[in-house]
Write a protein that binds this ligand. Structure first.
Ligand code: DGY
Length: 316
């Protein structure tokens, strides 16, 4: 079962190995429909909007593998999969550069207030050049604070070299010296990062440990001139606290690709000018989304033909 629309080549590839049921019309499935569709299937190519939990697995006795077209896998209950002897896989590596690039899209657009300025222009409000129009934050030579110096965090850090920035990072574990050197990044505490960074960007996976990593207290620790960037997962930032901080001037701006309870959006964001909003597209270049879907399909083929999938998350 392929739960959402994929590239034709991916469909053709999987059809060489399996009898495939696809959803090329891309109609999203609720939990009941998904369970019914998967109830007689052995493998599933899924996306981050499909929740694989104990309840679903209990209705799918033949299922052997669920292959996420995403690197993040907080939509999959790994423990439940292992208990049910269902292999779970993700797509690490192939999207790092593209997601890193988009992080910079958000950083630059937010710092230089691009969305706000374009809306002003489109609305016919522009009546000429003004010295103090849309004054933004300089990115060059600023301090970039990165939460999570994993694969994507490292890409973002390396891109910062071109902007001659000072890079600081915080993570659950300090990175190896060669990584710190390649990224020209200095390890600091969470508090130091929040207090010193002009731009705070988040690159950690979502888990109970990172739920609301950035909330009211953390936002108050940031500089009033600073901006927050989140291309990782909704739920890592407390959206209500962020809206309040943007409204009251606790911080200057935010660039967001992910939201709590997406695709529903806290309507407070739409009332704010100092936020750049994107619909979870950080990995969405043509080449990268193709690679992600193909890698997920290769994981599925391996899982169902007696091999170890290259990106197995729960060896058992
Ligand atoms: C991922 O791979 O986790 C991305 O969020 C999907 O776009």
């Amino acid at each position: 079962m392929i739960t959402r629309e994929v590239f034709d080549e991916v469909l053709e590839y999987l059809s060489q190995y399996f009898e495939v049921t696809s959803n090329q019309s891309d109609v999203p499935m609720d939990q009941g429909t998904l369970a019914a569709k998967l109830s007689d299937k052995q493998g599933a190519l899924i996306t981050l909007s499909d929740r694989v939990d104990e309840a679903l697995l209990s209705r799918c006795p033949n299922l052997k593998a669920v292959c996420n077209i995403a690197v993040g896998y907080n939509n999959i209950d790994l423990e439940a999969c292992t208990k049910a002897k269902v292999m779970a896989t993700n797509t690490p590596g192939v999207l790092d550069d593209t997601t890193g690039d988009f992080t910079w899209t958000l950083i630059l657009a937010t710092a230089r207030r691009l969305t706000e300025a374009e809306t002003y222009l489109r609305n016919g409000q522009w009546d000429g050049w003004k010295l103090k129009q849309f004054l933004g934050l300089d990115v060059h030579h600023a301090t970039l604070g990165i939460f999570g110096l994993g694969r994507i965090g490292q890409v973002v850090a390396r891109r910062a070299i071109g902007f001659e920035m000072k890079v600081i990072y915080h993570d659950v574990r300090r990175a190896a010296p060669d990584i710190e050197q390649a990224c020209r990044a200095n390890f600091v505490s969470k508090e130091e990062l929040l207090e010193q960074a002009d731009i705070v960007t988040i690159h950690v996976p979502y888990s109970p440990a990172t739920h609301h990593l950035i909330g009211k207290r953390e936002l108050e620790q940031m500089k009033p001139s600073a901006i927050l960037i989140n291309p990782s997962r909704g739920g890592i930032v407390d959206d209500s606290a962020l809206i309040e901080a943007l409204r009251s001037g606790t911080i200057a701006g935010a660039g967001l690709d992910v939201f709590e309870n997406e695709p529903k959006l806290n309507p407070g964001f739409l009332e704010l000018k100092n936020v750049v909003l994107a619909p979870h597209i950080a990995s969405s270049s043509k080449a990268t989304r193709f690679k992600m879907a193909m890698l997920a399909a290769q994981n599925l083929v391996a899982a169902l033909t007696g091999k170890t999938p290259p990106n197995l998350l729960n060896p058992f």
